[in-house]
Ligand binder design. Sequence first.
Ligand SMILES: Nc1ncnc2c1ncn2[C@@H]1O[C@H](COP(=O)(O)OP(=O)(O)OP(=O)(O)O)[C@@H](O)[C@H]1O
Ligand SMILES: [Mg+2]
Length: 509
Amino acid sequence: MATVKLELNPQVPSIPGFEDKTKIDVRYMVIAPFVSIHIYWNSELNEVIYEVEEPVLTEDDWKKLKKIESSMREIVNINFVGGEGSQEHLLDYIDKTARLLISELGFEIEESKYEKLFYYLYRNFVGLNEIEALMKDYFIEDIECNGVDQPIYIVHRVFRNIKTRVKFTSLEEIANFVEKLAQKTGRYISYASPILDGTLPDGSRVNATYTKDITSKGPTFTIRKFTKTPWTPIQLIGFKALNPAMLAYFWMVLQYKTNLMIVGGTASGKTTLLNAIAFFIPSENRVVSIEDTRELNLPRENWLPSVVRTGVATGGAGEIDMFKLLKSSFRQNPDYVIVGEVRGKEASVLFQGMASGHASISTLHADSIETVIRRLETPPISLSPMLLNSLDAVAVMTHAIVNGKETRRLREISEVVEVKSDGSAVTNTPFAWDPSTDTFHYRNESHVFKKIREKFGIDKGALEKEFENRTRLLSILFQKKVLSYDDVQKVINEYSKNPRVVLDRYGII
Ligand SMILES: Nc1ncnc2c1ncn2[C@@H]1O[C@H](COP(=O)(O)OP(=O)(O)OP(=O)(O)O)[C@@H](O)[C@H]1O
Ligand SMILES: [Mg+2]
Protein backbone atom coordinates (compact mmCIF):
# COMPACT_ATOMS: atom_id res chain seq x y z
CA MET A 1 0.00 0.00 0.00
CA ALA A 2 1.23 3.42 -0.93
CA THR A 3 1.57 5.69 2.08
CA VAL A 4 -0.26 8.52 0.34
CA LYS A 5 -3.93 8.00 -0.31
CA LEU A 6 -5.36 9.24 -3.60
CA GLU A 7 -9.12 9.09 -3.92
CA LEU A 8 -9.60 8.67 -7.65
CA ASN A 9 -13.37 8.30 -7.65
CA PRO A 10 -14.72 10.89 -5.24
CA GLN A 11 -18.46 11.19 -4.93
CA VAL A 12 -20.18 12.85 -7.87
CA PRO A 13 -21.67 16.15 -6.70
CA SER A 14 -24.97 17.44 -7.99
CA ILE A 15 -24.56 20.60 -10.02
CA PRO A 16 -27.53 22.92 -10.49
CA GLY A 17 -28.33 24.39 -13.91
CA PHE A 18 -27.73 28.15 -14.21
CA GLU A 19 -30.16 30.38 -16.11
CA ASP A 20 -27.65 33.20 -15.96
CA LYS A 21 -24.18 32.23 -17.12
CA THR A 22 -22.55 35.09 -15.27
CA LYS A 23 -23.63 33.50 -11.97
CA ILE A 24 -21.77 30.25 -12.59
CA ASP A 25 -19.34 29.44 -9.78
CA VAL A 26 -18.94 25.76 -9.00
CA ARG A 27 -16.16 23.80 -7.38
CA TYR A 28 -15.81 20.04 -6.96
CA MET A 29 -13.13 17.48 -6.17
CA VAL A 30 -11.89 15.06 -8.81
CA ILE A 31 -8.78 13.56 -7.20
CA ALA A 32 -9.24 13.92 -3.48
CA PRO A 33 -7.71 15.54 -1.55
CA PHE A 34 -5.41 17.10 -4.15
CA VAL A 35 -7.29 18.28 -7.18
CA SER A 36 -10.50 20.18 -7.59
CA ILE A 37 -12.23 21.75 -10.54
CA HIS A 38 -13.41 25.34 -10.51
CA ILE A 39 -15.88 26.45 -13.15
CA TYR A 40 -16.78 30.11 -13.09
CA TRP A 41 -17.77 33.14 -15.10
CA ASN A 42 -14.73 35.20 -15.87
CA SER A 43 -15.91 38.77 -16.34
CA GLU A 44 -12.67 39.93 -17.93
CA LEU A 45 -12.76 37.31 -20.64
CA ASN A 46 -16.55 37.34 -20.78
CA GLU A 47 -16.82 33.61 -20.76
CA VAL A 48 -17.10 30.55 -18.56
CA ILE A 49 -13.73 29.08 -17.64
CA TYR A 50 -12.80 25.60 -16.49
CA GLU A 51 -9.88 25.61 -14.16
CA VAL A 52 -7.96 22.67 -12.70
CA GLU A 53 -6.74 23.45 -9.20
CA GLU A 54 -3.71 21.31 -8.45
CA PRO A 55 -1.34 21.48 -5.48
CA VAL A 56 0.82 24.57 -5.62
CA LEU A 57 4.56 24.00 -5.55
CA THR A 58 7.34 26.47 -4.90
CA GLU A 59 9.96 26.94 -7.59
CA ASP A 60 12.36 24.93 -5.50
CA ASP A 61 9.93 22.01 -5.08
CA TRP A 62 9.23 22.09 -8.78
CA LYS A 63 12.94 21.65 -9.48
CA LYS A 64 13.14 18.78 -7.03
CA LEU A 65 10.14 17.14 -8.67
CA LYS A 66 11.76 17.37 -12.11
CA LYS A 67 14.93 15.85 -10.71
CA ILE A 68 13.04 12.97 -9.08
CA GLU A 69 11.09 12.42 -12.27
CA SER A 70 14.11 12.22 -14.49
CA SER A 71 15.85 9.81 -12.11
CA MET A 72 12.73 7.76 -11.99
CA ARG A 73 12.51 7.60 -15.77
CA GLU A 74 15.96 6.09 -15.81
CA ILE A 75 14.96 3.16 -13.65
CA VAL A 76 11.29 2.64 -14.42
CA ASN A 77 10.48 0.24 -17.19
CA ILE A 78 8.57 2.32 -19.70
CA ASN A 79 5.98 -0.40 -20.37
CA PHE A 80 4.90 -0.07 -16.82
CA VAL A 81 3.31 3.24 -17.64
CA GLY A 82 1.21 1.76 -20.42
CA GLY A 83 -0.27 -1.25 -18.67
CA GLU A 84 -3.42 -0.94 -16.61
CA GLY A 85 -2.02 -3.34 -14.00
CA SER A 86 -3.31 -2.95 -10.54
CA GLN A 87 -3.52 0.71 -9.68
CA GLU A 88 -2.71 -0.01 -6.05
CA HIS A 89 0.43 -1.79 -7.09
CA LEU A 90 1.61 1.02 -9.36
CA LEU A 91 1.04 3.67 -6.70
CA ASP A 92 2.90 1.61 -4.17
CA TYR A 93 5.82 1.15 -6.55
CA ILE A 94 6.01 4.86 -7.27
CA ASP A 95 5.85 5.68 -3.59
CA LYS A 96 8.70 3.32 -2.70
CA THR A 97 10.87 4.36 -5.64
CA ALA A 98 10.32 8.07 -5.00
CA ARG A 99 11.26 7.79 -1.32
CA LEU A 100 14.36 5.90 -2.25
CA LEU A 101 15.40 8.45 -4.86
CA ILE A 102 14.75 11.34 -2.49
CA SER A 103 17.15 9.90 0.02
CA GLU A 104 19.70 9.10 -2.69
CA LEU A 105 19.45 12.62 -4.07
CA GLY A 106 19.86 13.91 -0.53
CA PHE A 107 16.64 15.95 -0.53
CA GLU A 108 14.98 16.89 2.72
CA ILE A 109 11.26 16.88 2.07
CA GLU A 110 8.67 17.09 4.79
CA GLU A 111 5.74 14.69 4.60
CA SER A 112 3.03 17.19 3.67
CA LYS A 113 5.15 18.40 0.78
CA TYR A 114 6.00 14.88 -0.24
CA GLU A 115 2.30 14.14 -0.67
CA LYS A 116 2.00 16.92 -3.20
CA LEU A 117 5.03 15.69 -5.12
CA PHE A 118 3.60 12.19 -5.03
CA TYR A 119 0.45 13.45 -6.69
CA TYR A 120 2.50 14.87 -9.57
CA LEU A 121 4.46 11.63 -9.91
CA TYR A 122 1.22 9.70 -10.09
CA ARG A 123 -0.13 12.16 -12.64
CA ASN A 124 2.90 12.05 -14.92
CA PHE A 125 3.73 8.35 -14.68
CA VAL A 126 0.46 6.51 -14.24
CA GLY A 127 -1.95 9.23 -15.32
CA LEU A 128 -2.28 11.40 -18.39
CA ASN A 129 -0.23 14.37 -17.22
CA GLU A 130 -1.97 17.76 -17.55
CA ILE A 131 -5.26 16.20 -18.53
CA GLU A 132 -5.40 13.55 -15.82
CA ALA A 133 -7.80 15.68 -13.76
CA LEU A 134 -10.03 16.03 -16.81
CA MET A 135 -10.01 12.27 -17.30
CA LYS A 136 -11.20 11.86 -13.73
CA ASP A 137 -13.96 14.44 -14.03
CA TYR A 138 -17.24 12.54 -14.24
CA PHE A 139 -18.89 15.50 -15.95
CA ILE A 140 -16.62 15.61 -18.97
CA GLU A 141 -17.81 13.99 -22.18
CA ASP A 142 -15.15 15.13 -24.62
CA ILE A 143 -11.66 16.62 -24.38
CA GLU A 144 -10.36 18.44 -27.45
CA CYS A 145 -6.89 19.78 -28.10
CA ASN A 146 -6.28 21.59 -31.38
CA GLY A 147 -2.55 22.00 -31.14
CA VAL A 148 0.29 23.85 -29.48
CA ASP A 149 -0.61 26.87 -27.37
CA GLN A 150 -4.28 26.28 -27.93
CA PRO A 151 -6.46 26.08 -24.84
CA ILE A 152 -7.98 22.64 -24.43
CA TYR A 153 -11.76 22.64 -24.80
CA ILE A 154 -14.09 20.26 -23.08
CA VAL A 155 -17.72 19.25 -23.38
CA HIS A 156 -19.24 19.30 -19.92
CA ARG A 157 -22.47 17.48 -19.07
CA VAL A 158 -23.95 20.55 -17.43
CA PHE A 159 -22.19 23.53 -19.00
CA ARG A 160 -21.50 22.06 -22.47
CA ASN A 161 -18.60 23.56 -24.46
CA ILE A 162 -16.14 25.36 -22.24
CA LYS A 163 -12.60 26.53 -22.48
CA THR A 164 -10.07 25.24 -19.97
CA ARG A 165 -6.94 26.85 -18.65
CA VAL A 166 -4.99 23.77 -19.68
CA LYS A 167 -2.72 23.89 -22.72
CA PHE A 168 0.40 22.36 -24.16
CA THR A 169 2.97 25.07 -24.72
CA SER A 170 5.60 23.35 -26.85
CA LEU A 171 5.61 21.05 -29.84
CA GLU A 172 7.79 18.59 -28.01
CA GLU A 173 5.47 18.41 -25.04
CA ILE A 174 2.38 17.73 -27.11
CA ALA A 175 4.21 15.25 -29.37
CA ASN A 176 5.35 13.34 -26.28
CA PHE A 177 1.87 13.40 -24.97
CA VAL A 178 0.38 12.01 -28.17
CA GLU A 179 3.01 9.26 -28.10
CA LYS A 180 1.92 8.45 -24.59
CA LEU A 181 -1.70 8.22 -25.73
CA ALA A 182 -0.64 5.85 -28.51
CA GLN A 183 1.31 3.73 -26.05
CA LYS A 184 -1.68 3.51 -23.73
CA THR A 185 -4.00 2.44 -26.54
CA GLY A 186 -1.49 -0.17 -27.63
CA ARG A 187 -1.42 1.29 -31.13
CA TYR A 188 1.25 2.96 -33.10
CA ILE A 189 1.82 6.51 -34.22
CA SER A 190 4.73 7.96 -36.17
CA TYR A 191 5.53 10.47 -38.86
CA ALA A 192 4.84 7.74 -41.40
CA SER A 193 1.46 6.82 -39.95
CA PRO A 194 0.38 10.00 -38.22
CA ILE A 195 -3.22 9.15 -37.36
CA LEU A 196 -4.23 7.35 -34.20
CA ASP A 197 -7.60 5.75 -33.51
CA GLY A 198 -7.70 3.74 -30.35
CA THR A 199 -9.15 2.94 -26.98
CA LEU A 200 -7.59 3.85 -23.63
CA PRO A 201 -7.50 1.32 -20.78
CA ASP A 202 -10.51 3.02 -19.13
CA GLY A 203 -12.59 2.55 -22.30
CA SER A 204 -12.33 6.12 -23.60
CA ARG A 205 -11.90 6.59 -27.32
CA VAL A 206 -8.93 8.55 -28.67
CA ASN A 207 -8.29 10.16 -32.03
CA ALA A 208 -4.97 11.91 -32.52
CA THR A 209 -2.77 13.33 -35.26
CA TYR A 210 0.97 13.55 -35.07
CA THR A 211 2.61 15.83 -37.62
CA LYS A 212 2.45 19.43 -38.61
CA ASP A 213 1.50 18.72 -42.23
CA ILE A 214 -1.99 17.39 -41.64
CA THR A 215 -2.97 19.75 -38.90
CA SER A 216 -1.43 23.17 -38.98
CA LYS A 217 -0.91 23.76 -35.26
CA GLY A 218 1.00 20.56 -34.54
CA PRO A 219 -0.27 17.34 -32.99
CA THR A 220 -3.90 17.27 -31.89
CA PHE A 221 -6.12 14.90 -30.01
CA THR A 222 -9.74 14.30 -29.10
CA ILE A 223 -10.85 12.01 -26.31
CA ARG A 224 -14.42 10.77 -25.98
CA LYS A 225 -14.83 9.61 -22.43
CA PHE A 226 -16.99 6.70 -21.51
CA THR A 227 -18.44 5.77 -18.19
CA LYS A 228 -16.85 2.55 -16.95
CA THR A 229 -20.13 0.80 -16.55
CA PRO A 230 -22.56 1.79 -19.27
CA TRP A 231 -25.76 3.57 -18.41
CA THR A 232 -28.66 1.26 -17.84
CA PRO A 233 -31.96 1.64 -19.67
CA ILE A 234 -33.52 2.90 -16.43
CA GLN A 235 -30.90 5.64 -16.15
CA LEU A 236 -31.83 6.79 -19.65
CA ILE A 237 -35.40 7.25 -18.41
CA GLY A 238 -33.91 9.41 -15.67
CA PHE A 239 -32.18 11.60 -18.25
CA LYS A 240 -35.51 11.81 -20.07
CA ALA A 241 -33.80 10.50 -23.20
CA LEU A 242 -36.82 8.26 -23.78
CA ASN A 243 -39.86 6.97 -21.94
CA PRO A 244 -40.69 3.54 -20.44
CA ALA A 245 -42.95 2.59 -23.36
CA MET A 246 -40.16 3.17 -25.88
CA LEU A 247 -37.85 1.03 -23.78
CA ALA A 248 -40.49 -1.67 -23.47
CA TYR A 249 -40.75 -1.60 -27.26
CA PHE A 250 -37.02 -2.37 -27.56
CA TRP A 251 -37.37 -5.05 -24.92
CA MET A 252 -40.17 -6.70 -26.90
CA VAL A 253 -38.63 -6.53 -30.34
CA LEU A 254 -35.13 -7.62 -29.33
CA GLN A 255 -36.59 -10.80 -27.95
CA TYR A 256 -37.79 -11.66 -31.47
CA LYS A 257 -34.61 -10.97 -33.44
CA THR A 258 -35.69 -7.65 -34.86
CA ASN A 259 -33.18 -5.70 -36.98
CA LEU A 260 -32.58 -2.23 -35.61
CA MET A 261 -30.56 0.78 -36.60
CA ILE A 262 -29.78 3.60 -34.22
CA VAL A 263 -29.12 6.81 -36.07
CA GLY A 264 -28.39 10.44 -35.26
CA GLY A 265 -25.75 13.13 -35.57
CA THR A 266 -22.29 13.16 -34.02
CA ALA A 267 -22.37 12.67 -30.24
CA SER A 268 -26.17 12.42 -30.21
CA GLY A 269 -26.04 9.36 -27.95
CA LYS A 270 -26.22 6.48 -30.45
CA THR A 271 -23.62 4.27 -28.80
CA THR A 272 -25.05 5.01 -25.36
CA LEU A 273 -28.53 3.92 -26.45
CA LEU A 274 -27.14 0.84 -28.16
CA ASN A 275 -25.31 -0.18 -25.01
CA ALA A 276 -28.37 0.38 -22.87
CA ILE A 277 -30.84 -1.56 -24.99
CA ALA A 278 -28.38 -4.44 -25.29
CA PHE A 279 -29.64 -5.28 -21.77
CA PHE A 280 -32.73 -6.62 -23.54
CA ILE A 281 -31.07 -9.12 -25.85
CA PRO A 282 -32.00 -12.47 -24.26
CA SER A 283 -29.10 -13.64 -22.11
CA GLU A 284 -28.78 -16.98 -23.89
CA ASN A 285 -28.34 -15.30 -27.28
CA ARG A 286 -24.90 -15.30 -28.81
CA VAL A 287 -23.78 -11.78 -29.65
CA VAL A 288 -20.89 -10.83 -31.90
CA SER A 289 -19.88 -7.20 -32.18
CA ILE A 290 -17.72 -5.42 -34.71
CA GLU A 291 -16.26 -1.96 -34.27
CA ASP A 292 -13.54 0.36 -35.51
CA THR A 293 -12.52 1.24 -32.00
CA ARG A 294 -13.80 -0.47 -28.94
CA GLU A 295 -16.74 1.48 -27.45
CA LEU A 296 -19.34 -1.12 -26.72
CA ASN A 297 -19.55 -2.48 -23.25
CA LEU A 298 -22.30 -5.03 -23.24
CA PRO A 299 -23.88 -6.36 -20.07
CA ARG A 300 -23.56 -10.03 -20.96
CA GLU A 301 -21.41 -13.13 -20.95
CA ASN A 302 -22.18 -14.67 -24.30
CA TRP A 303 -20.48 -11.94 -26.28
CA LEU A 304 -17.61 -12.04 -28.72
CA PRO A 305 -16.28 -8.52 -29.28
CA SER A 306 -14.01 -7.81 -32.22
CA VAL A 307 -12.23 -4.70 -33.35
CA VAL A 308 -10.89 -3.77 -36.77
CA ARG A 309 -7.12 -4.10 -37.06
CA THR A 310 -5.39 -1.53 -39.17
CA GLY A 311 -2.34 -2.67 -41.08
CA VAL A 312 -0.34 0.47 -40.48
CA ALA A 313 2.05 -0.98 -37.94
CA THR A 314 2.72 -3.97 -40.15
CA GLY A 315 2.94 -2.09 -43.43
CA GLY A 316 -0.48 -3.28 -44.61
CA ALA A 317 -0.02 -6.93 -43.81
CA GLY A 318 -2.57 -8.49 -41.50
CA GLU A 319 -5.08 -5.74 -41.99
CA ILE A 320 -8.59 -6.82 -41.05
CA ASP A 321 -11.36 -4.44 -41.97
CA MET A 322 -15.05 -4.37 -41.09
CA PHE A 323 -15.95 -6.18 -44.28
CA LYS A 324 -13.73 -9.16 -43.50
CA LEU A 325 -14.68 -9.21 -39.83
CA LEU A 326 -18.36 -9.17 -40.60
CA LYS A 327 -18.05 -12.00 -43.11
CA SER A 328 -16.22 -14.15 -40.61
CA SER A 329 -18.60 -13.20 -37.80
CA PHE A 330 -21.51 -14.85 -39.60
CA ARG A 331 -19.60 -18.10 -39.52
CA GLN A 332 -19.55 -17.82 -35.73
CA ASN A 333 -23.29 -18.31 -35.88
CA PRO A 334 -24.44 -15.35 -33.85
CA ASP A 335 -28.03 -14.61 -32.86
CA TYR A 336 -27.22 -10.92 -32.89
CA VAL A 337 -24.51 -9.07 -34.76
CA ILE A 338 -23.78 -5.57 -33.51
CA VAL A 339 -21.95 -3.23 -35.83
CA GLY A 340 -20.47 -0.09 -34.26
CA GLU A 341 -20.86 2.16 -37.24
CA VAL A 342 -21.92 1.33 -40.77
CA ARG A 343 -20.17 3.36 -43.45
CA GLY A 344 -19.32 1.45 -46.59
CA LYS A 345 -19.21 -1.88 -48.28
CA GLU A 346 -19.72 -3.82 -45.03
CA ALA A 347 -23.38 -2.75 -45.21
CA SER A 348 -24.07 -5.27 -47.97
CA VAL A 349 -22.65 -8.10 -45.87
CA LEU A 350 -24.70 -6.92 -42.91
CA PHE A 351 -27.92 -6.86 -44.90
CA GLN A 352 -27.27 -10.22 -46.48
CA GLY A 353 -26.71 -11.59 -42.99
CA MET A 354 -30.00 -10.05 -41.90
CA ALA A 355 -31.79 -11.50 -44.91
CA SER A 356 -30.49 -14.93 -43.97
CA GLY A 357 -31.79 -14.70 -40.43
CA HIS A 358 -28.96 -13.20 -38.33
CA ALA A 359 -30.43 -10.29 -36.47
CA SER A 360 -28.45 -7.08 -36.11
CA ILE A 361 -28.24 -3.75 -34.36
CA SER A 362 -26.07 -1.08 -35.89
CA THR A 363 -25.52 2.66 -35.86
CA LEU A 364 -25.34 5.06 -38.76
CA HIS A 365 -24.93 8.82 -39.17
CA ALA A 366 -28.31 9.99 -40.46
CA ASP A 367 -31.15 12.09 -39.09
CA SER A 368 -34.32 10.26 -40.14
CA ILE A 369 -35.57 6.96 -41.49
CA GLU A 370 -35.82 8.58 -44.94
CA THR A 371 -32.15 9.56 -44.93
CA VAL A 372 -31.21 6.09 -43.71
CA ILE A 373 -32.97 4.49 -46.65
CA ARG A 374 -31.53 6.99 -49.12
CA ARG A 375 -28.01 6.52 -47.78
CA LEU A 376 -28.25 2.76 -47.98
CA GLU A 377 -29.58 2.86 -51.55
CA THR A 378 -27.06 5.30 -52.98
CA PRO A 379 -23.27 4.99 -53.48
CA PRO A 380 -20.98 4.01 -51.89
CA ILE A 381 -23.37 1.60 -50.15
CA SER A 382 -25.84 0.95 -53.03
CA LEU A 383 -28.01 -1.78 -51.53
CA SER A 384 -30.90 -3.17 -53.53
CA PRO A 385 -34.36 -2.09 -52.32
CA MET A 386 -35.18 -5.77 -51.84
CA LEU A 387 -32.45 -6.14 -49.20
CA LEU A 388 -33.59 -3.02 -47.37
CA ASN A 389 -36.77 -4.78 -46.40
CA SER A 390 -34.75 -6.75 -43.85
CA LEU A 391 -34.40 -3.61 -41.75
CA ASP A 392 -37.27 -3.48 -39.28
CA ALA A 393 -36.91 -0.27 -37.31
CA VAL A 394 -34.84 2.89 -36.93
CA ALA A 395 -34.36 4.83 -33.68
CA VAL A 396 -33.42 8.47 -34.22
CA MET A 397 -31.35 10.15 -31.49
CA THR A 398 -31.03 13.92 -31.47
CA HIS A 399 -29.42 16.80 -29.60
CA ALA A 400 -32.09 19.10 -28.30
CA ILE A 401 -32.25 22.29 -26.31
CA VAL A 402 -34.89 22.00 -23.60
CA ASN A 403 -35.40 24.97 -21.25
CA GLY A 404 -32.10 26.37 -22.38
CA LYS A 405 -30.25 23.17 -21.55
CA GLU A 406 -28.50 20.81 -23.94
CA THR A 407 -30.05 17.36 -23.81
CA ARG A 408 -30.39 14.19 -25.85
CA ARG A 409 -33.71 12.76 -26.88
CA LEU A 410 -34.88 9.71 -28.77
CA ARG A 411 -36.77 11.74 -31.35
CA GLU A 412 -38.66 8.87 -32.90
CA ILE A 413 -38.84 5.18 -33.51
CA SER A 414 -39.83 4.52 -37.10
CA GLU A 415 -40.44 1.25 -38.85
CA VAL A 416 -39.92 0.06 -42.39
CA VAL A 417 -43.25 -1.18 -43.71
CA GLU A 418 -42.12 -1.74 -47.26
CA VAL A 419 -39.33 -0.65 -49.56
CA LYS A 420 -40.64 -0.91 -53.10
CA SER A 421 -38.62 -1.99 -56.09
CA ASP A 422 -38.28 1.63 -57.28
CA GLY A 423 -36.59 2.41 -53.97
CA SER A 424 -39.44 4.39 -52.43
CA ALA A 425 -40.44 3.42 -48.91
CA VAL A 426 -43.54 3.18 -46.78
CA THR A 427 -42.75 3.79 -43.12
CA ASN A 428 -44.62 3.89 -39.83
CA THR A 429 -43.75 5.87 -36.71
CA PRO A 430 -45.10 4.30 -33.51
CA PHE A 431 -43.30 6.67 -31.13
CA ALA A 432 -42.26 10.29 -31.36
CA TRP A 433 -40.98 13.05 -29.12
CA ASP A 434 -42.84 16.36 -29.06
CA PRO A 435 -40.32 19.20 -28.65
CA SER A 436 -42.95 21.80 -27.72
CA THR A 437 -43.92 19.94 -24.53
CA ASP A 438 -40.81 17.77 -24.15
CA THR A 439 -42.95 14.64 -23.93
CA PHE A 440 -43.00 11.32 -25.75
CA HIS A 441 -46.08 10.01 -27.54
CA TYR A 442 -47.35 6.71 -28.70
CA ARG A 443 -48.65 7.57 -32.15
CA ASN A 444 -49.37 4.47 -34.18
CA GLU A 445 -49.74 0.78 -33.74
CA SER A 446 -46.40 -0.92 -34.29
CA HIS A 447 -45.87 -2.67 -37.59
CA VAL A 448 -43.02 -4.72 -36.12
CA PHE A 449 -45.40 -6.04 -33.44
CA LYS A 450 -47.70 -7.12 -36.23
CA LYS A 451 -44.85 -8.94 -37.99
CA ILE A 452 -43.90 -10.65 -34.72
CA ARG A 453 -47.48 -11.76 -34.11
CA GLU A 454 -47.75 -13.24 -37.56
CA LYS A 455 -44.37 -14.89 -37.57
CA PHE A 456 -44.60 -16.39 -34.10
CA GLY A 457 -48.35 -16.92 -33.99
CA ILE A 458 -48.97 -14.71 -30.97
CA ASP A 459 -52.40 -13.39 -30.19
CA LYS A 460 -52.80 -9.59 -30.48
CA GLY A 461 -54.20 -9.15 -26.98
CA ALA A 462 -51.43 -11.24 -25.44
CA LEU A 463 -48.64 -9.29 -27.12
CA GLU A 464 -50.21 -5.99 -26.14
CA LYS A 465 -50.64 -7.13 -22.55
CA GLU A 466 -47.00 -8.16 -22.46
CA PHE A 467 -45.94 -4.77 -23.82
CA GLU A 468 -48.09 -3.03 -21.21
CA ASN A 469 -46.67 -5.13 -18.37
CA ARG A 470 -43.10 -4.40 -19.38
CA THR A 471 -43.85 -0.69 -19.74
CA ARG A 472 -45.27 -0.65 -16.22
CA LEU A 473 -42.40 -2.65 -14.82
CA LEU A 474 -39.85 -0.24 -16.32
CA SER A 475 -41.69 2.78 -14.90
CA ILE A 476 -41.86 1.19 -11.48
CA LEU A 477 -38.17 0.31 -11.57
CA PHE A 478 -37.50 3.94 -12.33
CA GLN A 479 -39.77 5.19 -9.53
CA LYS A 480 -38.16 2.79 -7.10
CA LYS A 481 -34.73 3.94 -8.26
CA VAL A 482 -33.56 0.51 -9.39
CA LEU A 483 -30.89 2.08 -11.56
CA SER A 484 -27.59 0.29 -11.16
CA TYR A 485 -26.13 -2.04 -13.71
CA ASP A 486 -26.30 -5.14 -11.52
CA ASP A 487 -29.77 -4.50 -10.16
CA VAL A 488 -31.31 -3.79 -13.54
CA GLN A 489 -29.63 -6.80 -15.08
CA LYS A 490 -30.90 -9.01 -12.29
CA VAL A 491 -34.52 -7.96 -12.74
CA ILE A 492 -34.38 -8.36 -16.53
CA ASN A 493 -32.79 -11.80 -16.35
CA GLU A 494 -35.23 -12.90 -13.73
CA TYR A 495 -38.11 -11.61 -15.80
CA SER A 496 -37.05 -13.68 -18.78
CA LYS A 497 -37.15 -16.81 -16.65
CA ASN A 498 -40.13 -16.09 -14.51
CA PRO A 499 -42.13 -13.00 -15.44
CA ARG A 500 -45.04 -13.64 -13.07
CA VAL A 501 -42.84 -13.62 -10.00
CA VAL A 502 -41.34 -10.27 -10.99
CA LEU A 503 -44.70 -8.73 -11.93
CA ASP A 504 -46.14 -9.93 -8.67
CA ARG A 505 -43.27 -8.53 -6.62
CA TYR A 506 -43.74 -5.08 -8.14
CA GLY A 507 -47.51 -5.19 -7.74
CA ILE A 508 -48.30 -5.31 -11.45
CA ILE A 509 -50.46 -8.43 -11.31
N1 LIG B 1 -29.32 10.38 -23.04
C1 LIG B 1 -28.23 11.04 -22.70
N2 LIG B 1 -28.26 12.01 -21.77
C2 LIG B 1 -27.15 12.67 -21.44
N3 LIG B 1 -25.93 12.44 -21.97
C3 LIG B 1 -25.84 11.49 -22.89
C4 LIG B 1 -26.98 10.74 -23.32
N4 LIG B 1 -26.59 9.86 -24.26
C5 LIG B 1 -25.27 10.06 -24.41
N5 LIG B 1 -24.81 11.02 -23.60
C6 LIG B 1 -23.43 11.49 -23.51
O1 LIG B 1 -23.11 12.09 -24.76
C7 LIG B 1 -21.81 11.74 -25.21
C8 LIG B 1 -21.90 11.13 -26.59
O2 LIG B 1 -22.62 9.92 -26.54
P1 LIG B 1 -22.34 8.73 -27.55
O3 LIG B 1 -20.91 8.39 -27.59
O4 LIG B 1 -23.31 7.66 -27.19
O5 LIG B 1 -22.77 9.41 -28.93
P2 LIG B 1 -22.62 8.87 -30.42
O6 LIG B 1 -23.83 9.36 -31.13
O7 LIG B 1 -22.37 7.41 -30.42
O8 LIG B 1 -21.35 9.68 -30.91
P3 LIG B 1 -20.42 9.42 -32.21
O9 LIG B 1 -21.21 9.92 -33.36
O10 LIG B 1 -19.22 10.28 -31.92
O11 LIG B 1 -20.13 7.95 -32.25
C9 LIG B 1 -21.27 10.78 -24.16
O12 LIG B 1 -20.39 11.48 -23.31
C10 LIG B 1 -22.47 10.33 -23.39
O13 LIG B 1 -22.12 10.06 -22.05
MG1 LIG C 1 -20.78 6.26 -31.27
